[in-house]
Design a protein around this ligand. Structure first.
Ligand SMILES: Nc1ncnc2c1ncn2[C@@H]1O[C@H](COP(=O)(O)OP(=O)(O)OP(=O)(O)O)[C@@H](O)[C@H]1O
Ligand SMILES: [Mg+2]
Length: 284
């Protein structure tokens, strides 16, 4: 089943005071199967956040159609968009400005309360969300006292309390230290693997992208390439054309190859690199 489909979607921000700035998303068509983990990559201003906002109906396309589980974001039924927003959770970049309440538990309850979920059910949802993000012991803590990674896990828990089918992380790890980044990625990974949740991770970290099932590369609002991490990262010129780097493991593999070591060109993760090096060592 397709979780997200775009059919020739374009969107331009309208600025009354300035000249037309061009399309932020330009003729994008794509289909993302439910349960996939996707990394959305592109340079600053390439349209990643705009595309994310088109998925949950925060923005509506100027032309073309966006569908979430078959439901178009533009439709006559006013409940349609409400349903879509419940199914698409979003976590943003800054851990310090996504909270509404000051205590963890209250913050997670806000979303479900807002959409009229029964009290008892809210309690159950908070329990599950805290457990999944490994934040149970912080239930009554002040959010302001948490680390960046913990704050982002609260933001994810808040999104989970709405029981979404799709979770979009819009550079949610970019302001975190390596430990916080790892915590957040672990939660995202288990949501995908254990719950079958569709994950869209917008990131500037190529090592995170290398773990996704598929990668979408955006350039100036256009979808330039789509494929597995192996396929995308072996197309070095296109990756560079998008102003991006390769994952560290791919860079190291390329250097080893250039130094005359017979190593697979398609390495994208450190596990893959370790495996390949072990094979070479055992051969001798
Ligand atoms: N609220 C806005 N009003 C006007 N133009 C905007 C607005 N938000 C984004 N844009 C423009 O739309 C284009 C796409 O922006 P978008 O934020 O989607 O890119 P992005 O890939 O998410 O970038 P970044 O990596 O910096 O987050 C850019 O040219 C940007 O300047
Ligand atoms: Mg952005």
């Amino acid at each position: 089943m397709q979780a997200i489909t775009f059919e020739n979607v374009s969107y331009a921000y309208k600025r009354a005071d300035e000249e037309f700035s061009g399309k932020a998303v330009d003729g994008v068509s794509l289909g993302i199967e439910a349960g996939r983990s996707v990394a959305l990559l592109g340079a600053n201003g390439s349209g990643k956040s705009t595309l994310a906002k088109l998925i949950n109906g925060l923005l509506l396309p100027d032309s073309g159609e966006v569908k979430v589980f078959g439901m178009p974001t533009v439709c006559d039924d006013p409940n349609g968009l409400f349903d879509i927003r419940k199914r698409v959770g979003m976590v943003f970049q800054n851990p310090d400005n996504q909270q509404i309440a000051s205590i963890v538990e209250d913050d997670i309850a806000f979303g479900p309360e807002n959409v009229g979920i029964e009290r008892e059910d809210i309690g159950r949802r908070i329990d599950a969300a805290l457990k999944f993000t490994d934040m149970e012991r912080f239930r009554y803590s002040q959010i302001s006292r948490l680390s960046g990674g913990q704050k982002q896990r609260v933001a994810i828990a808040g999104a989970l309390a709405l029981e979404p089918d799709i979770l979009i992380l819009d550079e949610s790890t970019s302001m975190l230290d390596p430990k916080g980044r790892k915590e957040v990625m672990e939660v995202a990974r288990s949501l995908n693997k254990e719950k079958g949740m569709t994950i869209i991770n917008i990131t500037h970290y190529m090592d995170e992208a290398a773990e996704a099932d598929e990668i979408y590369l955006l350039k100036a609002g256009k979808l330039l390439k789509k494929g597995t991490p192996d396929e995308v990262f072996s197309d070095v010129s296109t990756v560079e054309e998008c102003g991006l780097e390769l994952p560290r493991a791919s860079m190291l593999a390329a250097k080893l190859k250039a130094a005359g070591i017979n190593i697979d060109q398609k390495i994208t993760t450190k596990e893959g690199l370790a495996e390949e090096l072990c094979k070479l060592l055992l051969k001798d």
